[in-house]
Design a binder for this molecule. Structure first.
Ligand code: ISL
Ligand code: CA
Length: 598
């Protein structure tokens, strides 16, 4: 299908990385299909539901839709356990529904990303069933099988979802490895026929016309040779050093690029736990071209204690700024950032980093302003654009997430943990916080379904919903539309470098972006009290007059000042645009993009 020449020229252009690649200008919207929109009253979101909301997404202004997994799945982990990569989950619809959806997304000038989950499959995938049945058959090595050691699992690694990563299979008396649930056996990337099967599946979707992949835990696919024990005395220890960012992962991704991705004009974003900017560059460095961007976790781990995510700690703004700034400067000119503050695995950003009480709308807009004026591709998670908040259900019975339920069961079994403490951690960090149904209207079940939703709707849907915000010019939703438009208006947002102002300030976050004579300053009050922000001696106060282009409050001074009085969660964006740009400056925007803000 592709000649060697076309692959080579594609690779050459990948290495040069012209600044016009579409995904650099794009805003991505993540859909968690189960909770987005139900079209047939069974309480489960589906593809026809998504189809019915495409005009809304187009109106919002996003360019790319990423669908969390929609493949055939027994749903132990809501589709992240796939039993058929080339079929649609029954509850979500049919392949015909998918083809219509893809066509309609494209008809609106948007693009579609699929979730690629290839670290593991479901235990109901035919490959795994065959792998279990015949220890000498062609599928045995699609998965990672080892004999036990003295009647115990082959090593001491802890699973993400609790307990050992090993499960004993009685018939063959061997153990298989699963980094996640018992029902999610890990694929064996060392085995070339397995890799070829994955590549064939990827080509099949790409030939249908999908525009790229979000790659689930992609930096975990290679495991250390010999699968050594992790240091420590507890029954199960964190073995990340032996399965995250192994050198072999880069060989696999380069092979995947050469044999699959290089032949298509697509974008890729890898989910990579435990990477710092320097490691990230090994994936996204322009000179490497393995992936276009990665999701980093340093910011998401900011409130995790030594025991991990459930060990919730207070976070500090100075640390938050240090992390964001390290990624901004670390990747500038060398690789590309993804930008996100929440997703289907994380708490709602407004509840976690803002204020979900009286300043909900102000703080949601403030956080959005941060995300949309940094360098990188912003990812909006469904409901974020209306400021949806964490859920708080009275009892564990209301929760559905396997990670949450497993952790609850393990904690309750410990004599020292009180159920109330355990619930508090779940209120802060449980993944169902972000998975409650999308709040469309003030009607029953938030307009998500005419039936009983699979997960309870957040009761605040009467106040927080799309319908009421759509016509309100002061709504969070209206503000997101303005932010997305801002990106198209000011190329400094896409291309500019980044300078942090006043790093140790624990209340206010201010930064500058500069590119080819243009300058942008974003100021964010992260506190619920008024703050006076004084521009420090360095970096220099911007020399050009800077004009206000966006704020979440009214009556804001139209030009920037050295001393600014900020109201709770107030944010301001000031811009100075060079009147004429001489030749030689890197320019991929024509003059239409340079028109003044209203
Ligand atoms: O959810 C998390 C936050 O604690 C992580 O541990 C999460 O499991 C990790 O980020 C990997 O996430 C991805 O793979 C999982 C799946 O459950 C998540 O929904 C997915 O985003 C296994 O496929
Ligand atoms: Ca449905």
């Amino acid at each position: 299908m592709t000649t060697k020449t076309s692959i080579d020229s594609r690779r050459a252009s990948k290495t040069k990385r012209p600044p016009t690649e579409w995904w650099r200008q794009a805003v991505v919207y993540q859909i968690y299909p189960r909770s987005f929109k139900d079209s047939n009253g069974d309480g489960i979101g589906d593809l026809r539901g998504i189809l019915s909301k495409l005009d809304y997404l187009k109106w919002l202004g996003v360019d790319v839709l990423w669908l969390s997994p929609i493949y055939q799945s027994p749903n132990r982990d809501n589709g992240y356990d796939i039993s058929d990569y080339q079929a649609i989950m029954n509850e979500f619809g049919t392949m015909e529904d998918f083809d219509i959806l893809l066509r309609e997304v494209h008809a609106r000038g948007m693009r579609l990303l699929m979730d690629l989950v290839v670290n593991h499959t479901s235990d109901e995938h035919p490959w795994f069933i065959a792998s279990c049945l015949d220890a000498h058959g062609p599928y045995r090595n699609f998965y990672i099988w080892r004999p036990g050691v003295d009647g115990k699992p082959p090593n001491n690694w802890a699973s993400f979802f609790g307990g050992s990563v090993w499960e004993r299979h009685p018939a063959t008396e061997q153990y298989y490895l699963h980094l996640f649930a018992v029902q999610q056996p890990d694929l064996n990337w060392e085995y070339p026929p397995m890799r070829q099967a994955i590549y064939a599946m990827m080509r099949w979707w790409l030939n249908k016309g999908v525009d790229g992949f979000r790659m689930d835990v992609i930096n975990a696919i290679a495991k250390a040779p010999g699968l050594p024990n992790a240091p420590g005395e507890r029954p199960w220890e964190w073995g990340g050093a032996y399965f995250l960012n192994r050198p072999e992962v880069h060989a696999y991704l380069q092979e995947m690029r050469d044999q699959v991705l290089a032949s298509y004009d697509v974008m890729t974003v890898g989910e990579t736990l435990d990477v710092a900017p320097e490691q990230a560059l090994q994936y996204v460095g322009f000179d490497r071209g393995e992936l276009d961007m990665v999701f980093q976790f340093e910011l998401m781990d900011i409130d995790a204690g030594p025991e991990g995510k459930w060990d919730v700690r207070p976070w500090q703004l100075s640390e938050f700024k240090r992390i964001v700034s390290r990624w901004q400067t670390g990747l500038h000119g060398r690789g590309w950032n993804s930008l996100y503050l929440n997703n289907h695995d994380q708490p709602r950003m407004v509840s976690r980093f803002g204020h979900d009480g009286i300043f909900r709308a102000e703080s949601a807009k403030m956080l959005a302003t941060l995300l949309h004026t940094l360098q990188g591709t912003p990812f909006i998670y469904q409901g974020e654009e209306i400021g949806m908040t964490n859920a708080r259900f009275d009892t564990i019975d209301a929760y559905r997430d396997i990670e949450t339920l497993n952790w609850y069961a393990a904690q309750i079994a410990e004599p020292r943990r009180s159920p109330a403490d355990v619930m508090d951690a779940i209120y802060a960090k449980g993944r169902d916080n972000a998975r409650t149904p999308m709040q469309w209207t003030a009607e029953a079940q938030a307009g998500f379904t005419t039936g009983e939703p699979w997960l309870t709707v957040n009761p605040n849907y009467r106040q927080i919903n799309v319908e009421s915000q759509r016509t309100d010019p002061d709504s969070v939703l209206a503000y997101y539309r303005r932010l997305i438009a801002l990106r198209r208006q000011y190329p400094v947002i896409i291309h500019g470098d980044y300078t942090l102002v006043d790093p140790e300030n624990e209340r206010t976050y201010a930064f500058m972006r500069a590119w080819a004579g243009d300058c942008l300053v974003t100021i964010l009050n992260f506190g619920q009290t008024p703050q006076t922000f004084r521009w420090p001696a360095a970096p220099a106060f911007p020399a050009q007059p800077m004009r206000l282009v966006l704020s979440n409050y009214s009556e804001v001074p139209p030009t920037i000042a050295r001393v600014m009085s900020l109201r709770p969660f107030e944010t301001r964006v000031y811009v100075a645009v060079r009147a004429t740009r001489s030749g030689g400056a890197p320019s991929d925007a024509d003059d239409r993009d340079r028109e003044e803000a209203p």
